[in-house]
Design a binder for this molecule. Structure first.
Ligand SMILES: Nc1c(N[C@@H]2O[C@H](COP(=O)(O)O)[C@@H](O)[C@H]2O)[nH]c(=O)[nH]c1=O
Ligand SMILES: [Zn+2]
Length: 366
């Protein structure tokens, strides 16, 4: 009974850490989102979260807020305290110096450079409990974990399709498939991601903004992949200033358009070969955690085939448009047999207004 109460209390404190961590949603790359809470005699006496790379870690803010009340206290932190000199000094040293009696950790840090904090704390005589609300902690930082393990940003493929599996009519008309509520969810998703990628076709046909459309919300970097650089001179992506745009192309493509884009403040980078994996590698080097693929079916199929997509978010509208030539969200994967189908794992369904959102993860393949 007492144990159950303690577990409930620990869980609720860790949930509070996750709530705090999320205040920096979309702002921490390449770092994780982390929250910390200092508890003395069952009362919260200090809270903190990590606001972004280069700034102090969550534990440091929580200790500062708790001040002298940190001595003998328990600190809850959603990620193992770091044990390294990175952009900031090791949190384990700050915890030891503050005299905390106990540290409750949500999940072990997958980053080998920062790991070892738990052992260091224990050898300093501090009690450490590991794994409270671990699943929720891992979920919040799924992109960070993926980045560390695979040296690539976490890829999300998002699309909106009709009930009969089309992303546009056969004449190419696609505004709007889903209702406003679902589109708002997409805008929030953009604010949480570091980059949004489309191909040249999407720019030519849809002329999208790819912003979060929210006052004060941050915007992802808008990335266009185009081999030919046969792109319109006046697309919204280069005529609107609320978000930066990066055009990735191949060596030597359309020098005139390159010059024009550069004049408009668009960054143009020529890669040796313009493939989804090369693009993800480039975005990894920029320090990105999560990348949203909002492209058409051909690029989506290539991105899936190259392992650049980990998670699918499919918005499904209760509409039927028919049309043999109407495009579908994923192009040719070369599969012939039903047994070859990629079957999503850990799926979740929810309704958003009249539409449905199905989320799930592609089976791990690398
Ligand atoms: N606790 C915690 C982190 N813990 C660890 O520190 C690493 C970044 O170190 P640094 O370069 O010094 O900021 C990060 O990759 C993660 O492994 N990081 C964070 O950004 N925030 C935090 O609250
Ligand atoms: Zn730290």
């Amino acid at each position: 009974m007492i144990d159950d109460k303690m577990n409930d209390f620990d869980s609720s404190m860790m949930r509070r850490c996750l709530e705090l961590a999320q205040k920096a949603l979309g702002k921490t790359a390449p770092n994780p989102m982390v929250g910390a809470v200092v508890v003395q005699n069952g009362q919260i006496v200090g809270e903190g979260y990590h606001p972004g790379a280069g700034q102090p870690h969550a534990e440091v803010f929580a200790l500062r807020a708790a001040d002298h009340l940190a001595r003998g206290a328990t600190i809850y932190v959603s990620l193992e305290p770091c044990n390294h000199y990175g952009k900031t000094p090791p949190c384990v040293e700050a915890l030891i110096a503050a005299g905390v009696a106990k540290v409750v950790v949500g999940m072990v840090d997958p980053n080998p450079q920062a790991a070892g904090g738990i052992e260091k704390l224990r050898s300093a005589g501090i009690e450490v409990v590991v794994g409270v609300e671990e699943e929720a902690c891992r979920q919040l930082n799924e992109a960070f974990v993926h980045r560390i393990l695979y040296k690539r940003p976490f890829g999300i493929l998002k699309y909106a399709m009709t009930l009969d599996g089309k992303i546009a009519t056969s004449s190419g008309h696609s505004s709007w498939i889903t209702d406003l509520a679902a589109r708002n969810v997409v805008h929030q998703l953009r604010a949480a991601c570091d980059a949004v990628i489309v191909g040249g076709n999407t720019v030519r046909h849809d002329n999208p903004h790819l912003t979060s459309h929210q006052v004060e919300a941050r915007n992802p970097l808008r990335v266009v992949m185009s081999r030919s650089l046969e792109l319109p001179e006046n697309a919204y992506l280069w005529e609107t200033e609320e978000a930066a745009t990066l055009v990735l192309t191949q060596v030597g493509a359309n020098p005139d358009l390159q010059k024009l884009l550069l004049r408009k403040g668009v960054n143009v980078v020529e890669l040796d070969s313009l493939t989804p994996d090369k693009v993800m590698s480039y975005l990894y080097d920029l320090g990105f955690l999560s990348v949203l693929w909002e492209c058409g079916g051909i690029l989506a199929a290539n991105a899936i085939a190259e392992g650049a997509v980990q998670k699918i978010m499919a918005f499904i509208a209760p509409k039927i448009i028919g049309g043999d030539g109407a495009p579908s969200p994923v192009g040719n994967l070369g599969f012939q047999q039903m047994t070859e189908a990629l079957t999503l794992e850990r799926i979740n369904w929810q309704t958003i207004g009249p539409d449905c959102l199905m989320e799930g993860y592609l089976p791990l393949r690398r």
